[in-house]
Design a protein around this ligand. Sequence first.
Ligand SMILES: NC(=O)C1=CN([C@@H]2O[C@H](COP(=O)(O)OP(=O)(O)OC[C@H]3O[C@@H](n4cnc5c(N)ncnc54)[C@H](OP(=O)(O)O)[C@@H]3O)[C@@H](O)[C@H]2O)C=CC1
Ligand SMILES: O=C(O)CCC(=O)C(=O)O
Length: 488
Amino acid sequence: MATTFATKTFKNFINNEWLESASDKTITSISPADREPVGYVQSSTEKDLNDAVEAAHNAKKEWRKLGQAARGQILFKAANILEENLDDIAETMTREMGKTLPEAKGETARGIAILRYYAAEGMRKDGDVIPSSDKDALMFTKRTPLGVVGVITPWNFPVAIPIWKMAPALIYGNTVVWKPATEGAVTAAKVMECLVKAGFPKGVVNFITGSGSVIGQGLIDHPLLNAITFTGSENVGKGVARSASARGIKYQLEMGGKNPVIVTKEANINQAVEAVISGGFRSSGQKCTASSRVIVESTVYDEFKQKLVEAAEKITVGNPLTDGIWMGPCASESQFNTVTKYIEIGKQEGAKLVYGGEVLTGGEYDSGFYVTPAIFEAVTTDMEIAQEEIFGPVIALIKAADLEEAIEMANHTKYGLSASIFTSNINSILEFIDEIEVGLVRINAESAGVELQAPFGGMKASSSGSREQGEAAKEFFTAIKTVFIKGS
Ligand SMILES: NC(=O)C1=CN([C@@H]2O[C@H](COP(=O)(O)OP(=O)(O)OC[C@H]3O[C@@H](n4cnc5c(N)ncnc54)[C@H](OP(=O)(O)O)[C@@H]3O)[C@@H](O)[C@H]2O)C=CC1
Ligand SMILES: O=C(O)CCC(=O)C(=O)O
């Protein structure tokens, strides 16, 4: 366990200056492991926000004109600086939102890899030559930035998500105003310190903390904002979409999931168990791609359930900085309340809790938000615990007669982010790929786990339809100019 940790006050970063908010107030970020302060961030005002958006607006022309290759060099530098600070940032993340230290280190390393991926975009094409019907003309497309992009990010991936939004925004020539989740704002401030050291020109990247309803909403509504990218709850996401479309600006939303895993009679049961444990309970189930419904063919149901419960019994829950702890606390009191509420709802609606779901008390547990991973069975597809995103370590086991029924059950949700199947039957795999209504289709692999070079996003209520990461990010963060040139 780390022994020294400096708790300090972080400022906003606006127009290349670290600034206190005009409010003179700060917000305390506390650790869900022990309720101790992790740091303090600015409780910003509309004036601070206005300064940040104006700075980004004033910087956009020069940043665009700097060119993609030069912008890439700054991103490479940012990646190196983040790498130098990996341990501190990972530890801060673990303290602030409770994922275990190895997971936090993995996420920070992913952030570094994302920065390098988009830095390298600096040397890749930004358009295509297209044959014109006029043989004497040259016709081509040229990508152009959107301008000022607002970035609103959640607390569950406080390093990777902001970077997978900001790195493509920046490489393609946009300037950024970043409003991180309050519950991950200290970790975010440390990421911002790395970006600052990389030497972006004045006004290109701005960082502002404060309440979602004031600073987040104010950002979307700001007349100088050209686009908004958001990850978070469906409820807030819908509001982002309404406000952005009312203003006619481009928006991108990545929201919840109720991700199914199908286990067929031809599954490697041990492999499926391992993947459900990891997909359902890593990060205390607080991933939009987490496995939350496990639909098992009846002939292998008993074997699967027994092995799953045996594996869950081995999960150690406790302080996420401690070696050997596999699962930390829920990220906040509000997440803890949501999880315990749904465990009660599950019991009341007739599901049977076959493992866990207990609030841990005594000793260090009393000051944190700890609950053991929960496995329900006898769940029907219309129950609330099978329909609503719990965002916690809660799995619902559902029995299906055959693959057709399993896929029907899997699709019986408003969400469509990620889904897995475990089977060795190629016909089942092909049918699953065709029939499942999700953006991420996973075969013999857990539902969580996103690769930075591939498109990421969902169908139905999980996303606004656009995709993040990989080359797909270019579609959101740029507009296309079609150029036709002819000699005079
Ligand atoms: N990746 C995902 O799919 C995620 C899903 N969720 C889901 O959302 C639930 C609640 O988590 P929560 O943190 O409250 O998620 P929110 O959707 O409230 O927060 C996400 C981001 O939006 C900001 N925000 C909040 N209200 C507004 C607003 N009116 N306008 C603009 N921005 C706003 C938040 O700021 P602030 O933090 O200051 O409120 C934060 O930066 C979870 O239980 C989970 O179900 C949550 C996080 C990630
Ligand atoms: O599964 C992952 O790695 C990413 C999940 C994610 O994007 C999220 O929870 O918001």
